[in-house]
Ligand binder design. Structure first.
Ligand SMILES: [Ca+2]
Ligand SMILES: [Ca+2]
Ligand SMILES: [Ca+2]
Length: 468
């Protein structure tokens, strides 16, 4: 136990780890050990524990360690403290008396994609939202096209999604979950014109712990809403809606950011931002800065318009940068190491009511730290792209695109691209989809999966990512 470290013995770790930004000096500990040659020690375990507000450093030195080799070994009280080198899986494990704990394990790598579950839905699906409810499990809220029986909530149970609750409503476009403390909410954007004399509405549902289902909570006045984004800044919770167009067909309107009022327990209007046929909001944080990007899809005559990125400054979102997009439907932010990327899915090219083009480039931008701007990193040809999904498996990074339409057919390959450093994203897997509307990546005890929804058939699919 090093209970009172001498400050005289410490020095910034950056002196040792030069050019290593993942090892900031203020969070690193370097321990140097001097052992007499006569001591035949073969196992050293150095650990850091948090104990009642203090960090406890511990070092265990053991002279009797045996490394077992080969396939599956028994781990009981007898083997406690023993190491096992699994030659098959190339991993080093430590027996704690009952289980083999991984000490060193080769990172998994994507081998191929397997058809795993066919999810037959009541109608076509425009969006999937995956989220966890503590104590209740993994859920998929799916926005179905038909108003009856409405949209559905599925729960992951024994390795597959099963219908959990029907949430009847107007025609849903997308779902977004939001957690406030221990409360879980689900916001849905409704994209159907209401009956004569009624106002168009989106609905927020709340998870009832007692009923174990979602119940109606709050109604918000929206305009052909396409997307909800939820985020937290400091201790505040926000919900941003992408208003696509008014009931009268005007696309140049305000989209609204709502803020949770803890004293009234409802979401209230906090800020409005001008948008043009808004399709998606994406919130992300870089360092201490918070950003909100909107995908503007259409201004009434053209899809080749500016989409905006805002930065949180002095309690409101302010202009940061605009980027020319082409019927933008989705922004996806992701980080690889300390590099920050923002990918746009471009839906279609329409200029001054001309003919629509669907085979167009979607673009990945990278945040340039010196100019503090997103600059073009890579163009990728897509076919009426409606979603990008970024995911990481082991040490590898991937982007999967939802290609929905090429101008004549909805049966297209959606492509998984693998990050290959200087080459950027390189196509690796082609997955046949029909009118693909959304991709979601998830992991659970059983492994890693990708899920896709179809806007053209009543069938969504779960794929298992096989690794080696
Ligand atoms: Ca989604
Ligand atoms: Ca979004
Ligand atoms: Ca996305």
């Amino acid at each position: 136990r090093f209970s009172s470290p001498s400050p005289a013995l410490s020095f910034p770790a950056s002196e040792l780890f030069i050019n290593c930004s993942t090892f900031p000096a203020e969070f690193s500990i370097v321990a140097t050990l001097k052992l007499p040659h006569t001591l035949q020690m073969s196992e050293y375990v150095f650990s850091v524990l948090r104990e009642e507000g203090h960090l406890l450093l511990a070092l265990r030195v053991s002279a009797q360690v045996r490394v077992m080799l080969g396939p599956t070994k028994v781990c009981s009280q007898m083997e406690q403290g023993q190491l096992w080198l699994d030659t098959l899986k190339k991993g080093l494990f430590l027996c704690d008396g009952t289980h083999w704990l991984p000490v060193l394990q080769e990172k998994e790598r994507l081998d191929y994609v397997d058809d795993y579950q066919d999810l037959h839905t009541s109608s076509e699906t425009l969006d999937i939202e995956l989220f966890q409810i503590p104590g209740a499990g993994l859920f998929a809220a799916m926005a179905h096209r038909a108003a009856t029986p409405g949209s559905s909530l599925y729960r992951w149970n024994n390795g597959s999604f099963q219908l959990y609750q029907n949430i009847s409503m107007l025609r849903a476009h997308s779902w977004r979950h939001v957690t406030i403390g221990r409360q879980v909410f689900l916001a849905v954007s409704n994209a159907m014109h209401p009956a004569e004399g009624q106002r168009e509405q989106s609905v927020i549902y709340k998870w009832s712990v007692r009923k174990r289902k979602f119940v109606h909570y709050q109604t918000l006045h929206t305009h052909s809403a396409r997307d909800w984004e939820a985020f937290h800044i400091s201790n505040d919770t926000f919900l941003a809606v992408a208003n696509h167009r008014t009931e009268a067909g005007n696309h140049n309107i305000e989209s609204v950011i709502y803020k949770w009022n803890p004293s009234t327990s409802i979401f209230e209007v906090n800020q409005t931002l001008p948008t043009s046929g808004a399709y998606d909001w994406e919130f992300f944080t870089v360092g201490t800065y918070h950003f909100l990007a909107v995908a503007n899809a259409f201004d009434g005559s053209s899809t080749y318009i500016d989409s905006s990125i805002y930065v949180w400054f002095e309690g409101a979102f302010q202009d940061f940068q605009t980027i020319r997009t082409c019927g933008a439907t989705d922004w996806e932010m992701f980080q690889i190491g300390n590099r920050v990327f923002l990918a746009v899915a471009n839906g279609h090219m329409l200029y001054n009511h001309g003919q629509s083009l669907y085979a167009i480039n979607s673009t990945i931008y990278e945040l340039d730290m010196s100019t503090k701007m997103f600059l073009k990193f890579q163009d990728i040809i897509t076919y009426s792209a409606v979603d990008w999904e970024f995911f990481t498996l082991g040490d590898e990074h991937f982007l999967v695109v939802a290609n929905s339409y090429d101008g004549s057919s909805y049966s297209l390959n959606s492509v998984i691209y693998r990050w290959q450093g200087y080459e950027g994203f390189v196509p690796a897997h082609w997955l046949p989809t029909i009118g693909c509307s959304d991709w979601e990546f998830f992991t659970c005890a059983e492994g890693s999966y990708l899920m896709y929804s179809s806007a053209k058939t009543s069938l969504s699919k779960v794929f298992k990512l096989r690794t080696h």
